[in-house]
Design a protein around this ligand. Structure first.
Ligand code: XMP
Length: 521
């Protein structure tokens, strides 16, 4: 494999993803890995990720410098680049000058001769995020790029096959970033591009079989892409040992339950149990307004439903000689869910996704999460490969906590009904306008604690605003607001204010992510 060494923050998985895009198999390992452990894995190449700290900081992520002596082609990125510089005798300085965001970079003459940058334009815009800089390349290394503020923005040693860049080639804002990574993997390290996304399927099927063995397993099916693909994978691995559980928590969109019951079972061919837990969820949510508290309650109640359902399934199957308990729970957790819940190495908790940070501490299920390292578009590719139909695979994301985190204020049945109507109108109009593919998703939010004055039918109204938030994104880690055609916005606004009682204003959220997140809570 190619080893991606994780020095923290959100970068390692993104690098792993870019390596997969180059049709090469990769594994992420912690920076504490020793040279001996690396040798054992017999990697064909190593990539060192960026990280949040300064290499001189007390708590800086350390790395075994012996690794550089193993003769394995190695590529350092940002913090990894600086770590490499220090380990090999170069110098990293606190220049006091920081570079963040798009930065003009100039390749040197030496770069033209290096296989990393061959045939690339010498002026490139790349994405930087650093305080310290490499001041001097290690001996035997050529300087391959510089910027106005950074004399050594890239270096390399073709003979030892050791390279590094100060910028982040893995982010889309770096021009030619993927080309640099591919040049390293295919040219410098000589790795063929023969790994396919469908290889994930074989790997995961084997891993799932190993984890579950002959045991029974339940899958939390939400109606979304992720859990459907997770279910299809597990179904391929263990067949009818799998039962899917769909929870109607009362926070669903219009017709969602019906759609899941009809489409999904047919499509994936799995056994499905629907649990009506509306009273339970709404009861627990009564009086709650804080977003994190809502998320934790919803995460907890989901697990409570799965526990009771598992117990019930066991009780029912006693007659068929099935013994013991169901201790495995499949979830369609994706990498962004893990990162935003603070589950990466040293990452902050932005919000507790119901299936990660929202899980109760006393949960006894062992989780099966075959998609945990992937991004949504990769999950879609896996789903297509597994034969999951397009209506499911192409579905826009909808969060597990559902409308519960789209009502700003207390969640009540009346408010849910109102939001369901508004949401249905938005979806209908966007689909009718042919905008589904262009939009990643479009949360519709009810500002339940805000009221404004309006006039309708010669009378005064004092109603609530509805927010529409259309966003475009590649992987939900960053997003931009979608420039909807005004006539579509006008139709949506018109219909909502006319058809949904209690709403007298429609506003559009025009914030990118960052600084906003996609959902309001
Ligand atoms: P944010 O709001 O963090 O959303 O920008 C990023 C993506 O994740 C979805 N989301 C969730 N999905 N459980 C989920 O299954 C959750 O708790 C959750 N919170 C946010 C959101 O809809 C968007 O696609």
């Amino acid at each position: 494999p190619v080893l991606v060494v994780d020095f923290g923050a959100q970068y390692a998985q993104l690098i792993a993803r870019r390596v997969r895009e180059a049709n090469v198999y990769s594994e992420i390992v912690p920076h504490t890995i020793t040279a001996a452990e690396v040798r054992e894995k017999q990697p064909r190449a190593i990539i060192l990720s960026g990280g949040p700290a300064s290499v001189y900081a007390e708590d800086a992520a350390k790395f075994d410098a012996e690794v550089f002596e193993l003769g394995v082609p190695t590529f350092g990125i940002c913090y990894g680049f600086q770590t490499m510089a220090v380990a090999l005798g170069g110098e990293v300085a606190r220049t006091g000058r920081r570079e963040y965001g798009s930065t003009a970079t100039q390749l040197t003459d030496a770069a033209a001769a290096s296989c990393l940058f061959a045939d690339q334009p010498s002026a490139q815009i790349v994405w930087m995020s650093h305080g310290d800089s490499v001041a001097k390349a290690p001996e035997g290394f050529e300087v391959l790029a510089h910027t106005a503020d950074t004399p050594v923005a890239a270096f390399g040693n073709d003979e030892r096959k050791l390279y590094g860049v100060q910028w982040h080639p893995e982010v889309l804002h770096s021009e030619h970033g993927q080309r640099v990574l591919e040049a390293f993997l295919h040219e410098a390290a000589g790795i063929p591009n023969d790994w396919k996304p469908s290889s994930i399927i074989d790997e995961q099927v084997a891993r799932i079989r190993e984890q579950i063995g002959e045991n029974e397993v339940i899958c939390a099916l939400s109606g979304g892409v992720d859990s459907a693909v997770a279910a299809a994978l597990v179904h391929r691995a263990v067949g009818d040992k799998l039962t899917c559980v769909f929870v109607d928590h009362g926070l669903l969109r219009k017709d969602e339950r019906k759609q899941v019951e009809e489409d999904y079972v047919k499509a994936i061919g799995v056994r499905l149990v629907t649990v009506d837990a509306r009273e339970q969820f709404l009861g627990e949510l009564a009086g709650v307004t804080d977003p994190e508290t809502k998320r934790k309650i919803i995460g907890r109640e989901f697990i409570r439903v799965f526990e009771s359902t598992a117990a019930q399934l066991v009780a029912e199957s006693r007659n068929d000689d099935v013994e013991g308990e169901i201790k495995f729970l499949v979830q369609g957790t994706l990498y962004p869910d893990v990162v935003e819940s603070g589950g990466g190495t040293g990452t902050a908790n932005i919000k507790s996704h119901h299936n990660v940070g929202g899980l109760p501490e006393d949960m006894t299920f062992e989780l099966v999460e075959p998609l945990r390292a992937l991004f949504k578009d990769e999950v879609r590719a896996v789903g297509r490969e597994l034969g999951v139909p397009e209506v499911i695979v192409a579905r826009q994301p909808f969060p597990g906590p559902g409308l519960g985190i789209r009502i700003i204020g207390e969640v009540t049945e009346a408010r849910l009904d109102l939001l369901r109507e508004a949401d249905a109108i938005v979806r209908e109009e966007l689909t009718a306008a042919g905008l589904d593919e262009q939009i990643w998703q479009c949360p519709v939010v009810l500002l339940a604690d805000v009221r404004s004055v309006g006039v309708q039918g010669d009378g005064r109204t004092y109603g609530h605003p509805i927010v529409i938030r259309p966003v475009s994104s590649e992987d939900a880690m960053t997003a931009d607001w979608t420039r909807l055609p005004y006539d579509v916005v006008a139709r949506v606004s018109n219909r909502i204010t006319n058809e949904v009682e209690g709403v007298n204003r429609v506003v559009m959220d025009v914030t990118s992510k960052p600084p906003g997140t996609i959902e309001w809570e």
